[in-house]
Design a protein around this ligand. Structure first.
Ligand code: HDE
Length: 728
């Protein structure tokens, strides 16, 4: 009731506004002054409810005590009359809405976008035309296939959907963290998702493509292979949502005030670097902390380490539409950065977590069709289908057509039209006119032409027969898959091969496995041979030509590293007897540099002056970016005691996993013995972090500080990981 009351009050305020009394509303005043980075936040504030310190009421406002239901005698039947019980249980029964049919599991955050320069030459969009303009944004990251309660670190594509609350309305850029898409036409999307989602007979497996129907579809639809390779690489298992790229996938249009249009591919580049997990790690995290990515984002924002992403475009002039080997309208293709460079336009900062997951993250209704003037569409057949789907799906999720009135969905500028009624109509529209044209209301709301600030329809020339089919370039499925494979470093290729062996190996059908190897063989023979050996399929004999072409911007390992170690998580492994001076020095150094450091010990609480916040039971190596083992003979003996102390060898596994997963690992004094006992290849004395592949040892922690920091910036040492004998 409280929320309704406030919503009603706001409605009245807006009602007053529309009748022209603007001065009384601080929000409207701010809007007339031109938005600003906090405009959405302040709008949301007006809908916020704080129950702390209040008294219990029913939804209709009567104060009550509802500790017990109303009964005929204390052991007697509950009475139908009990309005408190009926209302409370009724509300509870209806607390769920359908989860999203895809992208059900997600995490959201607020922030702002700041434009670098005046981009009027490219677009009429106002928020991109004045340097320094700050526009509020809301971002939702998601996995695609899993249900709402599935684990975060599954192998999957992920969504990167951004809403810009501009002064001219909403712009939703509903993208993914993977540049190409699986299918070329919206009509194939239900097939793709049916094949990838849990199988209809058993409803397993959850949240991944490692099963027969998915690979049966991929093997039958070669257009998918480019995206399948991205998903099998490190791109399918990101380390964090703070370290992913985002792609609009389709080719869009930008249109400027003069009506000139260019083609544009939209891209987000994280300034925290780009990073991925290894598959063994991703699987273990799914058990140890199934909310790993959510927690990572919440924690960083709560601590003030705001993730930043540069936003940019690849621009193609109208007259160059046909100059590429691929079709710009084909969403299974990207534009290689070696052909068209990334042009940065601005930067997004995520600086606030949601107050309420349901009201904000769950109820946000992204839609590709939410566009502002200066941004438009192309004839990409996948994009065209999405323009229908996103509107349609929200009606299913939200139960009616008025969902754009929900606080998270309202634009920050006023909304006026003749759309009326429908379920849960919050507005009270004054007057008798709800049609256009009209004479009774001076023909208002008046229509706004493009020249006066209205939406600009780009007058693209279209002609053709009505027919089902695709244009010729859509049939080249392998060139860009090959370009992707060729552009990965050997360890990245190995990760892809391992991923493919796992996924394809989960298919019981030999026929599916064979057909999949055949598709891989069209991409590259070495790839196919290596995967075949792991999935019981004969090595393919045919060798198709590999162009050996590569492109920038495809390898995660070659992406610019972060400039500092802020937010890197480091475990310091201790036990009673740990050299506390060494441990503390390293802790203080890393903490000062912005890393998130924790002491892991035998029990929580104080241990010789160290505050132990994790134990060998509550955590594991996979939940950290790096580990440090300080000296202290007695402590190391305890950690190696796999008889009475650690029958499951948790400390040894901690060290070994840190090593196997390519993460920085440092030890001093007796701590080095723990590394050796865990079968880690330890340098006799450390030379440089790079030469020692991130395994650093010394007699004192101080001398390790700088190299450990460099190793943490490097983040992973893939060169530590073994390659197949026949890797090229
Ligand atoms: Fe989506 N997609 N999609 N999709 N998609 C949805 O909309 C759909 C596609 C993407 O955080 C749904 O609100 C069709 C490409 C994201 O709320 C639904 C087609 C890309 C999100 C839908 C595609 C995406 C969605 C489900 C093929 C990357 C989550 C719930 C024509 C560019 C948005 C919803 C959020 C969500 C349909 C293909 C990204 C059913 C029909 C390509 C990030 O409308």
């Amino acid at each position: 009731m409280k929320a309704y009351t406030i919503g009603y009050a706001i409605t009245l305020v807006f009602g007053v506004l529309s009748s022209g009394v603007t001065a009384q509303c601080p929000f409207h005043k701010r809007m007339t002054e031109g938005g600003g980075q906090d405009a959405k936040l302040e709008q949301l504030e007006q809908y916020s409810v704080n129950d702390a310190g209040t008294q219990e009421t029913t939804m209709f406002g009567t104060k009550i005590n509802n500790t017990d239901s109303l009964k005929a005698g204390l052991r007697g039947p509950t009475l139908m009359e009990d309005f408190m019980m009926r209302e409370k249980v009724m509300h509870f029964d209806h607390e769920r809405i359908p989860e999203r049919v895809v992208h059900a599991r997600g995490v959201g955050a607020h922030g702002y976008f700041e434009t670098y320069e005046d981009w009027s030459d490219l677009t009429a969009a106002k928020f991109l035309r004045t340097p320094g303009t700050k526009t509020p944004v809301f971002v939702r990251f998601s996995t695609v296939l899993g249900s709402k309660g599935s684990a975060d670190t599954v192998r999957d594509v992920r969504g990167f959907a951004t809403r810009f609350y501009t002064e001219e309305g909403l712009w939703d850029l509903v993208g993914n963290i993977i540049a190409p898409f699986f299918v070329q036409d919206a009509i194939k999307f239900p097939d793709l998702i049916h094949a990838g989602k849990p199988q209809p007979n058993t409803d397993v497996p959850q949240a991944g493509t490692a099963h027969e129907t998915a690979y049966d579809f991929f093997a039958s639809e070669p257009a998918t292979i480019h995206t399948v390779l991205w998903a099998l690489s490190g791109r399918g298992i990101p380390r964090s949502f703070r370290q992913v790229e985002g792609f609009g996938v389709h080719t869009f249009r930008l249109v400027n005030e003069e009506g000139k249009s260019v083609f544009a591919k939209f891209i987000w580049k994280p300034l925290q670097g780009l990073s991925n997990l290894v598959w063994d790690e991703a699987q273990k995290i799914a058990g140890k902390d199934s909310d790993f990515h959510r927690n990572d984002l919440y924690d960083a924002i709560n601590r003030g380490d705001y993730p930043e992403y540069e936003f940019g475009v690849q621009i193609v002039q109208e007259e160059d539409e046909d100059k590429f080997d691929f079709d710009l309208l084909d969403p299974t293709k990207l534009i290689p950065e070696s052909l068209v460079p990334f042009k940065p336009l601005g930067k997004m900062t995520l600086n606030r977590n949601v107050e309420n997951f349901f009201s904000e993250t769950e109820q946000v209704t992204f839609h590709l069709g939410h566009v502002v003037r200066g941004i438009g569409f192309t004839n990409d057949p996948l994009l065209q289908g999405r323009l229908f789907s996103y509107l349609d799906t929200q009606i299913n999720r939200m139960g009616g057509v008025n969902y754009m009135q929900l606080p998270i969905n309202r634009p920050i500028n006023p909304v006026h039209n003749s759309q009326r009624d429908g379920q849960m109509q919050f507005n009270i529209f004054k007057g008798k006119v709800a049609y256009s044209p009209n004479g009774l209301q001076a023909d208002t709301p008046s229509m706004v032409d493009a020249k006066d600030g209205g939406y600009i329809e780009y007058p693209e020339m279209v002609e053709g027969r009505k027919e089902r089919g695709k244009s010729a370039k859509f049939f080249d499925h392998y060139s860009q898959a090959q370009l992707f494979w060729n552009s990965l470093t050997p360890p990245e290729q190995q990760q892809l091969v391992d991923g493919a062996r796992f996924e394809i190996g989960k298919s019981k059908s030999l026929d599916v496995r064979k057909r999949m190897i055949e598709i891989l063989n069209h991409v590259d023979n070495n790839l196919a041979v290596r995967v075949a050996s792991g999935v019981g399929v004969e090595e393919p004999a045919n060798k198709y030509k590999n162009s050996n072409q590569t492109s920038e911007g495809l390898s995660i390992d070659q992406y610019p590293k972060a400039k500092n170690i802020r937010t890197r998580t480091v475990a310091i492994l201790t036990a009673p007897g740990t050299d506390t001076s060494d441990a503390k020095k390293m802790y203080d150094y890393l903490d000062k540099e912005g890393a998130y450091v924790q002491y892991v010990g035998l029990a929580l609480g104080d241990q010789d002056g160290l505050n132990i916040t994790q134990t060998y039971t509550t955590t594991a190596s996979v939940l950290f970016d790096a580990a440090y083992v300080p000296g202290g003979k007695k402590a190391i003996e305890t950690l190696m005691d796999n008889v009475s102390q650690f029958p499951y060898e948790e400390p040894l596994s901690f060290v070994l996993d840190t090593f196997r997963h390519g993460k920085p690992l440092a030890a001093t004094g007796a701590g080095v013995e723990l590394l050796k006992a865990a079968r880690v290849k330890v340098p006799s004395s450390s030379k440089s972090y790079a030469e020692d592949k991130g395994v650093l040892v010394s007699s004192s922690s101080t001398s390790l500080e700088e190299p450990f920091k460099k190793a943490l910036i490097q983040q992973r040492f893939w060169s530590r990981m073994p390659l197949d004998k026949n890797a090229k």
